[in-house]
Design a protein around this ligand. Sequence first.
Ligand code: ZN
Length: 500
Amino acid sequence: MNTQELVKQYQEWELKLSAYTLALSTMGFDSRTIAPTNGSAYRNKRNAYLVGEYFSIVNDENILEVMKQLSTKEDLDEKTKRAINYRLADIAKINCIPKEEYVKYDELASISYDKWYEAKHNNDYALFEPYLKETILTKKRFLEYRNKNNALYNLALDDYEIGMTMEEYDEFFSLIKEKLVPLIHQISQKQDEVDTSFFNQKFDIEKQRIFMNQMMNYLGFTKDWGYLSESEHPFTSGFSINDVRITTRYIEDNLISSIFSIIHEIGHATYNHQIDERFDGTYLVDNITSGLHESQSRLFENYLGRSDAFWDNNYQTLQNLFPEQLKDVTQEMFVRAINASCPSLIRTEADELTYPIHIYIRYEMEKAIMDGSMTLEQLNEKWKDLYEENLGIRPDTDTDGILQDVHWSDGSFGYFPTYALGSAYAAQFYQAMRKDIDVDDCLRNNNFNAIKLWLKEHIHKDGGLLTPKEVLLRATNEPFNPNYYIDYLTNKYKKLYNID
Ligand code: ZN
């Protein structure tokens, strides 16, 4: 068959696959936002059935042959070739798992999620523990099917960030630990420097929603391509380039939780939306690495959203909505407060400086889980010990400890480290962007579009065509350099807390 005929077959298959993906993402989004809990058993079973069908389509022998042939064709365009090679590599990761086990695992993941949810709300790790154990054992077995010769955790890390290994992460996290932990300890002794007391008030949720609408407009997250819903954990789900859904959680006595979770998710959503439309429905939309994706959400949330210039444009609106609560709070006080740092137990509510330590702790846990140096019975205590050791605080409930995150319930080991890595990528992108455009001026003068354009041109438009290492090199003219991140945090926080 000639290249054209093969491409036609490949595209027809890709359309079928993307139809299933759309159905599964819609069901997934629905079940985490609006679906009544009592319907979960029914939904989970149908979901697992569709996953089985999806598995068969992905592993269709004929199409595998088509892809293999295409990957060797010299007259195939470079972009399609890359997409096919990424796809083949990912299919190989699943292909080695017996279908029966794969489908069973999907059902386990759904039940495990429900049990995690129940355990978290009842503050009872014992309810979740057997399912977590089963999930870990299955995950390890699947990784062993793939490759017996590599360390299991290296395989898991590569699933979320192509090319990253324990060796590179060890180096990255030891730098973070060495440079940031002492600064965090210094700052915890100087808590009086930044006043955050005005946050301890009630902020009407209806008014929070009004503010979010205005802020979403400012950030260019509009109804013609974006949608905001509510869920336990905020997340983004990209159905297609022009249909990206995000969620948040409103808390009456925590004004900034929803503000920054929405800015964060809009960073993810903008990435998906700004990919070249020619790639819609192809693998180049799906295979963006977690670290790169997180670099965009962190860039929005921290580097842009917590800056003074951002609030030059938005603070007045917020103050007008909450005249009672914010009447004596100047913009300067507000911006200092949203940047305050204090060791805390919950990762998703952590400030920018302590955040990577929460990730470092999870990285150490996952490493030990994967190499078997920690028994599964020790998990809960080990979690508490690591918090005490690194952040000087110890959780006394399971809800504030090991049950806080959803990730392990569906076996997403290797995912956490990309959160810190993404923040570090963001620092490097931010520096490069500032060389080209006046970022503060754009933020101050309601010209967010100029920032979006820069990101589209240097990062977003190619989706997952390039590897993270290639994207960094193209956008910043140098390889990954974690010192931008360390320097950014050190300078910012020393200044904020008057430390020499
Ligand atoms: Zn994120």
